[in-house]
Design a protein around this ligand. Structure first.
Ligand code: ZN
Length: 271
């Protein structure tokens, strides 16, 4: 029985990401400081006060409605099949059970059935080789594509164990997981340090992917301290492929999150 429990915990920890960190002991929830939404709604309520003729009422100048922030690049997130698709707690995949074209991940730790979109596998191979040339170790993917059905199983198991509120902090609802796009991976350095742990961000491999991932089309999707925008805590191991054009633009603009880059607004929760 103990063995079974340990095994179950291991599975949960291993697959907890996509969303956040492994199931942590329930803690008194400190609501993430909701970083100010990048998409302020223009308060365009010009109160048109009819001026009765003859009265010399000075109508204050109407404020110009502020335009919605637009991505300077004109890049839009696009449909589920787009390499630029946005998926978060406020933006589900459409259709919710979308299935991408997949190939086996060449740089997975144990060739255990990891799969991603073909473009992503090619980019991962390049990224791993570049990292190896630079710091002497490559990358190993330990989690990648997850189907709608698989995400449903995972999410339900979290809900059964922790209740929905707690589950939502550690697991994406089906149709809301970026892992379902085939564009996201959880990886580590081949040295295996800090697997699925925030300390990965301080390892040579973690620092390298944060610094150079964009050169190969990847972004660290859930940066430290921006859960108010992304909806997820810091995950230095979760990389999202957006294509080199977008990752380069983000790098040049200093965009910290994909939400900010797209001018899509924060997605701290499911509303
Ligand atoms: Zn992940």
């Amino acid at each position: 029985m103990r063995k079974v429990l340990v095994g179950l915990i291991a599975v949960l920890v291993l697959t907890g990401c996509g969303d956040p960190s492994p199931p942590a002991p329930p803690q008194t929830t400190t609501p993430a400081p909701s970083a100010s939404s990048p998409a302020p709604t223009p308060s365009a309520t010009p109160t048109s006060t009819p001026t009765p003729s003859g009265t010399a009422t000075v109508t204050p100048p109407e404020p110009e409605p502020e335009p919605e922030p637009q991505p300077e690049t004109g890049i839009e997130s696009g449909p589920a099949s787009s390499l630029q698709v946005l998926v978060n707690k406020r933006t589900p995949l459409s259709p919710a059970d979308y299935q991408p074209e997949l190939v086996a991940v060449s740089t997975s730790a144990d060739r255990d059935g990891e799969a991603v979109r073909p473009e992503v596998d090619a980019a991962l191979t390049e990224l791993s080789a570049a990292m190896r040339a630079d710091i002497g170790e490559g990358t190993h993917v330990f989690s990648s594509y997850r189907s709608y059905a698989r995400q449903t199983e995972l999410y339900n198991s979290y809900v059964a164990q922790y209740g929905q509120a707690e589950a939502d902090t550690t697991s994406a609802r089906p149709g809301h997981s970026e892992h379902q796009t085939g564009l996201s991976v959880d990886l580590m350095g081949t040295s295996g340090q800090c697997r699925l742990d925030t300390c990965f961000g301080d390892t040579a491999a973690g620092r390298w992917v944060a610094e150079h991932g964009w050169e190969h089309g990847f972004i660290v999707r859930y940066p430290d301290g921006l859960e108010g925008v992304t909806g997820y805590e810091y995950e230095p191991w979760h990389l999202r492929f957006v294509g080199v054009e977008v990752s380069t633009a983000m790098h040049q603009q200093g965009a910290r999150t994909y939400e900010e880059f797209l001018g899509a607004g924060s997605a701290p929760d499911y509303r």
